[in-house]
Design a protein around this ligand. Structure first.
Ligand SMILES: Cc1cc2nc3c(=O)[nH]c(=O)nc-3n(C[C@H](O)[C@H](O)[C@H](O)COP(=O)(O)OP(=O)(O)OC[C@H]3O[C@@H](n4cnc5c(N)ncnc54)[C@H](O)[C@@H]3O)c2cc1C
Length: 476
């Protein structure tokens, strides 16, 4: 039995958090920093759900401004500046150019006003100052842009992050403050006990089960949130797909907003690559394995080819990922119109559901959840320090927006200090090597060899890890 899991069952917890995505991790960090006895489990690897499959943006959401959702944009805009403050290594200011064209619903004059409001909604402290360009200046900035009907553009700022790294660094901070964390540990059932809940957890690696007592359970299970025993969450899942291509094929200095009718997509520079996305379609397939279907890839390539004078095709795709948005159910309306607001509910005493929201607003969601949990526990706890306290106490060469250098040292670090158990944990969540490098399979074989030495695997385990990893890649 792994140490964290053994410790989890040793004494009753104040909070047991189900889900090690960004929301659960944020709650664990906040609660541990405020002195609560906290445990967190994830049925798979940390960040293996939606929190490693996003567009990696810290954003207020210019699109939501167009929908008149000022409160939501304000909240997220402030949060993006807070993440920049507490985790500068995971919040790079990123300029976006939004070109406007005659005959479309995206009017230059409206966007000019929009981006000024956008700057003001961060209390005037946006990550950079917005501006606007004429059509000629826009083409100077973006020579590959199609010139047809161009009226000009606006340039505004958001942040680029690394979603999975944000989760892992938040968890490292939570652990440093005393939280007990176990990946590959699933909540099977929860029953009411004297002063809280008795939860049955199963170690997915050994098959063993333990009973854990917790005075309060936090359901932070993302797309799975409506499947937990006491949950009252109602979700509508939509799928979003991203493609990674070589930056030589689309040499953009700033991120670019691409339009397709009323939808917007992004081309986001990421080191020597560009991330293209995303789609937004209702999803009813298996939650564990949303995938990029050929039609999803075709759509994104077509939109990119329509916005730029390029002819991208499927051979240009280095990698793809697909994620599910755990949106609060609204059976009406198009997927893109459903609110990205979050919801925190107490369906029963000592059980809190926290759902919806965005990567960008995770810290606020966590603070509000822990405030509510303290009321449930009838405990006086200090105010949340998470808007001020840096996420990491030291500079880490193993955590950033771009993948770390491919090395044995890095692999060893993730195995020893960051709960990596399987090859995919390292190739996908810890490093993004899988998405960044076309020859990721070759790198994976080398990383597996190193893991064999570090983790004491047998030859058979090493080859099983490689084949499991390649199978996981083909389903992403
Ligand atoms: C395509 C796409 C693009 C996006 N882009 C952005 C963006 O650019 N910026 C932004 O701010 N937001 C973005 N978002 C939204 C953001 O990614 C999500 O809101 C966020 O990652 C959700 O985090 P979560 O912790 O709620 O869920 P998840 O990350 O899915 O975590 C839930 C975890 O619960 C675990 N779990 C489930 N059931 C159990 C159980 N029984 N026992 C134990 N563990 C369990 C799962 O394994 C999972 O790891 C995007 C979303 C998508 C899909």
């Amino acid at each position: 039995m792994r140490t964290a899991l053994a410790k989890l069952s040793a004494q009753p917890l104040d909070l047991l958090i189900i889900g090690g995505g960004i929301v659960g991790s944020g709650v664990a960090r906040d609660a541990a920093m405020r002195g609560l006895r906290v445990g967190l489990v994830d049925q798979s690897d940390f960040a293996s759900g939606t929190s490693s499959r996003s567009s990696r943006l810290l954003h207020g959401g210019l699109r939501y401004l167009a929908q008149g959702r000022l409160g939501l944009v304000h909240e997220a805009s402030v949060e993006k500046t807070i993440i920049h403050h507490i985790a500068p290594h995971l919040a790079q200011p990123l300029a976006f150019i939004f070109p406007t064209r005659r005959g479309t619903e995206w009017k230059l004059w409206k966007l000019r006003i929009g981006v000024k409001i956008y700057d003001l909604l961060c209390h005037g402290r946006n990550l950079g100052k917005s501006t606007s360009f004429s059509a000629a200046k826009t083409l100077e900035e973006l020579p590959q842009l199609k010139p047809d009907n161009l009226t000009g553009s606006v340039r505004y700022f958001d942040g680029l992050t690394n979603d999975a790294r944000l989760v892992l660094d938040t968890l490292r901070s939570a652990e440093a403050h005393g939280a007990l964390l176990a990946n590959y540990t699933r909540l099977e059932s929860s029953t009411r006990a004297d002063d809280g809940w008795l939860c049955k957890l199963t170690d997915q690696l050994s098959g063993e089960s333990v009973d854990v007592s917790a005075r309060c359970v936090i359901n932070a299970a993302g797309a799975w949130a409506d499947r937990l025993p006491q949950s009252q969450v109602k979700l509508r899942l939509t799928k979003g797909v991203h493609l990674v291509i070589d930056r030589d094929r689309l040499p953009i200095a700033d991120a670019v907003v691409m339009t397709e009718g009323s939808r917007i997509l992004f081309a986001i520079p990421w080191g020597q690559r560009v991330i293209l996305g995303t789609t937004d379609t209702d999803y009813t397939g298996p939650i564990e394995s949303p995938r990029c279907e050929p039609a999803d890839a075709r759509y994104i390539l077509d939109v990119t080819n329509a916005n730029f004078s390029v002819k991208l095709n499927t051979d240009d795709i280095i990698s793809t990922w697909a994620g599910l948005r755990p949106l609060i159910a609204d059976p009406k309306g198009r997927p893109s119109d459903i609110s990205r607001a979050h919801q925190i509910m107490t369906p029963q005493p000592g059980w809190i559901d926290v759902a919806g929201g965005k990567l960008t607003t995770y810290r606020l969601m966590a603070e509000q959840t822990v405030d509510l949990a303290a009321k449930q526990l009838a405990k006086n706890i200090p105010k949340s320090p998470t808007a001020e306290e840096p996420l990491l106490s030291d500079d880490s060469k193993f955590s950033g927006i771009l993948p770390p250098e491919f090395s044995r040292e890095a692999v060893e670090h993730y195995c020893r200090n960051e709960w990596a158990v399987h090859l995919a944990d390292i190739m996908i969540r810890r490093t993004s090597w899988r998405y960044y490098y076309r020859n990721h399979a070759e790198l994976a074989r080398q990383a597996a060899q190193w893991m064999r030495e570090i983790c004491g695997w047998s030859e058979a385990e090493e080859s099983r890890e490689v084949s499991d990893y390649l199978a996981a890649c083909s389903s992403r």
